[in-house]
Unconditional design. Structure first.
Lengths: 163, 428
């Protein structure tokens, strides 16, 4: 069962997730080292591989606000983390879908670090509190990109279809 | 049913008679803008073509703009190598709207695009920068995307699978009091809407105050629309848009302003009268933490920043220079000035503003993003406070997670530089 490894407040910015001073590092293979860099202990735990794939970051409202930097998604994708938040800023949401980072909009979510969370097709179940929360479905237009495994594969298929 | 400006633009760009909020469309992209993060776009673009048997070819090199601004001149070998890689790609693909690190045609992307007439009313503009909302000031639908979405646009020439955003109508009336202007208006609006109040929506600006506002002021308000979460801010093109493009950007071909239908559908209408507006300050660490200046007066400031894509244009520098002329920046406070483009820098030099700043003790830097995103040229020391005309004050934004950033207009920044504390320019 995936555990909540970080429970955050509202308005977590991309400067928090991936500070601007590391933006010269661009490759998805290199960005994970800087995830939540200024949250020193959490960053160290990530780098020590303390969390299994599928572990969950829980956010409040407006998660991922700010910059369009895609590093903020690739840095989390590098550890195969998932994000469950009450609401998600537009560009962060789109970048996550494009890169295949699992993001779930769950307006009522309440969870603390260490809770066991189960993400189903349309709900999030907090096994530690026994509460169940509905997801807001991602826009239907995004499904094609998700089903293709991300925007690179999706665009490649469109190119080939064009001939 | 009538359409908003963005609905009209998206209908036209998608080859459809009409669209409504929530529809999924694939508009042609008229302009695709990147800065240093083109290094990542290039990587993703080449990956798209892997295994296709096709050579990686951009759909239309004349519609791609790349402007170096985030780290200029390069602050590290890594950035310099990214610059080098991008230059090679630009040359190999025949990209002409390229602005290198230069003192004649360089500058910040959100100033270069309007200044060189790259953006027109009715355009669909995608940019790998969240402040791409700026170009709504010229009546374009202009929105920020990530690097992979840009790679897709470079390959296909369209924005794939986007929902038509709903539109919030913002009607602004009244006349700005002295020392109050567009920056105070947009900070006030962000405070009203909150940081996510316009998430997935467009802010469409109307009213006598907007009609009388210069393109520079319109850029400032559209620039910061994203701080309320907006996909785009937009001022429908009008006489001022045409004047700016003809007189300042040297555009000679046809300009087609798109205006909303009288019966357009809006999800919300916000009305603001600016006649009694006071200077506004966004306090740490969120842009929607906006307070009237009297609530923050006297806070000591170690660094003043005037410039950026939000407030680094000639009228901004003129207003600040008028206050600083013959005065001195306070001991214990340092002041940095970043003109938004090399052209503006040269104009400010001709007008004497640069001398005003230097004689006052300010350091005038080359055009670029400077310390706004915490990379170089003005990081904060531990627990230092900055007062800045830039657009973001998130924790760590100026390079130090213990630092604090307050956001304000150029005249508030200039008046505060003289005293070393947050100061009301109306009482200077």
């Amino acid at each position: 069962m995936p555990k909540v490894i970080l429970a955050l407040e509202n308005d977590i910015s991309t400067d928090d997730i991936y500070p601007g001073r590391f933006m010269a590092t661009v490759l998805p293979t290199e960005t994970p080292q800087f995830a939540f860099f200024d949250r020193t202990d959490f960053n160290a735990s990530l780098k020590a591989k303390a969390f299994p794939p599928g572990s969950v970051i829980v956010g409040g409202e407006n998660f991922g606000c700010g910059s369009s930097r895609e590093q903020a998604c690739s840095t989390l994708k590098g550890y195969d983390l998932a994000v469950v938040a009450r609401s998600i800023s537009r560009i962060f949401l789109q970048n996550s879908i494009n890169l295949g980072l699992q993001v779930v909009i769950c307006p009522g979510i309440e969870a603390t670090e260490g809770d066991d969370l189960e993400i189903t097709a349309d709900q999030v179940r907090n096994h530690s509190t026994g509460k169940v929360y509905d997801q807001v479905k991602l826009p239907a237009a995004r499904k094609g990109i998700m089903d293709a495994g991300g925007l690179i594969a999706y665009t490649r298929a469109r190119l080939l279809a064009r001939g | 049913m009538g359409m908003s400006v963005v609905e009209k633009i998206l209908a036209r760009a998608s080859g459809l008679p009409a669209v409504a909020a929530g529809d999924v469309v694939e508009p042609k992209v008229d302009l695709a803008m990147s800065h240093e993060n083109a290094a990542l776009v290039i990587n993703q673009f080449q990956e798209v073509f892997q295994g296709t048997g096709q050579a990686p070819t951009v759909w239309d090199p004349s519609r791609i703009a790349i402007i170096f601004d985030h780290r200029v001149p390069a602050e590290s070998p890594k950035t310099a190598t990214n610059h080098k890689k991008i230059r090679q790609f630009v040359a190999a693909n025949g990209i002409t709207k390229f602005h290198d690190v230069r003192g004649d045609v360089g500058g910040i992307c959100h100033q270069i695009l309007p200044e060189y007439g790259y953006v027109r009313p009715g355009f669909v503009v995608a940019g790998t920068d969240s402040h791409t909302t700026s170009h709504g000031a010229l009546g374009a639908f202009s929105f920020g995307v990530g690097a992979t979405e840009m790679a897709s646009a470079w390959a296909l020439g369209i924005a794939v699978n986007i929902e038509v955003p709903a539109t919030i109508k913002v009607v602004v009336s009244g006349t700005f009091p002295p020392m109050v202007g567009p920056k105070d208006l947009i900070l006030h609006l962000i405070g009203l809407l909150t940081a996510q109040g316009a998430n997935f929506k467009v802010l469409e600006f109307h009213g006598e105050t907007i009609r009388q506002m210069s393109t520079s002021g319109r850029i400032a308000i559209c620039n910061m629309s994203v701080e309320a979460g907006a996909t785009s801010g937009i001022v429908p093109g009008d006489g001022e848009t045409v004047r700016y493009l003809r007189e300042e950007a040297g555009v000679t071909d046809a300009i087609d302003c798109v205006t909303p239908d009288p019966d357009a559908t809006y999800v919300r209408t916000v009305e603001i009268n600016v006649s009694a507006l006071v200077p506004q300050i966004a306090c740490p660490h969120m842009v929607d933490n906006v307070k009237p200046i009297d609530q923050v007066l006297g806070i000591p400031v170690q660094q003043i920043v005037i410039g950026s894509c939000t407030n680094g244009r000639l009228d901004d520098l003129a207003a600040a220079a008028d206050i600083l002329r013959g005065k001195k920046v306070a001991e214990g406070t340092r002041m940095l000035v970043f003109p938004a483009s090399s052209k503006i820098f040269a104009q400010a030099l001709d007008k004497g503003y640069i001398h005003d700043f230097m004689r006052a003790g300010a350091v005038v830097m080359n055009s670029g993003c400077g310390p706004c995103l915490g990379v170089h040229e003005g990081a904060l020391g531990d627990h230092e406070v900055a007062l800045s005309t830039t657009n973001r004050n998130f924790k760590g934004r100026m390079g130090n997670p213990t630092g604090e950033v307050y956001l304000c207009s150029p005249v508030v920044a200039a008046a505060s530089a003289i005293t070393g504390v947050i100061t009301d320019p109306r009482k200077g």
